[in-house]
Design a protein around this ligand. Structure first.
Ligand code: FES
Length: 196
């Protein structure tokens, strides 16, 4: 009998410890949570600057319009929180593509979201989430190499070919007081693929 009572108390103790762990949100990952700032995972936020996605570090220079090659190809970038230096590379859905195009060739809505001719879109294909890495300069089309979806950057990222059903979400840009590119608004629309 005494042994049964002790076993029961032991079960209660373990249950209480588990409940406490869940309440604290730790379950063995508390240290990891502290070393993985949530800001890394947040989508680009108004006021963020932009840095190159390749070889990126917290000391990376904020991109300026002239850093983006005129008429393509696209440059892949991450947003960076200026105050903390945190680069928002914690999710591949945060990746951004930048293009610099002649402002006179952009439709009115796209022009309003551009900064000195630089446009930003989600770099993640809205079909099945491959990176949109190809630029067909003659056609002026962004091309996803996985299944051939195509998007018109001058027309708000609309789908012009392939299996994708949704446009590439635009990311409105502005310029900081120092003349570097900065995020003006969050992505317009859902980022990610059709199953995300
Ligand atoms: S993932 Fe881009 S076309 Fe399928």
């Amino acid at each position: 009998m005494a042994e049964s009572v002790m076993q029961l108390q032991d079960v209660h103790t373990r249950r209480d410890a588990l409940a406490l762990g869940l309440a604290l949100g730790c379950c063995g990952s508390g240290a990891q949570a502290q070393t993985s700032p949530p800001a890394r995972n947040l989508r680009p936020t108004a006021g963020d600057c932009l840095v190159r996605a390749v070889g990126v570090s917290e000391s990376a220079e904020a991109l300026r319009p002239d850093d983006v090659v005129s008429a393509g190809p696209q440059l892949l970038a991450w947003a960076k929180e200026p105050a903390s230096g945190v680069v928002r590379d914690g999710s591949r859905l945060n990746q951004i593509l930048l293009l610099r195009l002649d402002p006179e060739t952009l439709d009115a809505e796209t022009l309003a979201r551009a900064a000195n001719g630089v446009l930003a879109y989600s770099a993640t294909c809205t079909h099945a989430q491959c990176p949109v890495t190809e630029w067909r300069q003659e056609a002026g089309i962004l091309h996803c190499p996985c299944h051939g979806s195509e998007f018109d950057p001058r027309g708000g990222g609309r789908v012009v070919g392939g299996p994708a059903l949704r446009r590439l979400p635009p990311l409105p840009l502005g310029l900081s007081a120092e003349g570097s590119l900065e995020v003006a608004q969050p992505f317009l629309g859902k980022v990610g693929g059709q199953v995300a």
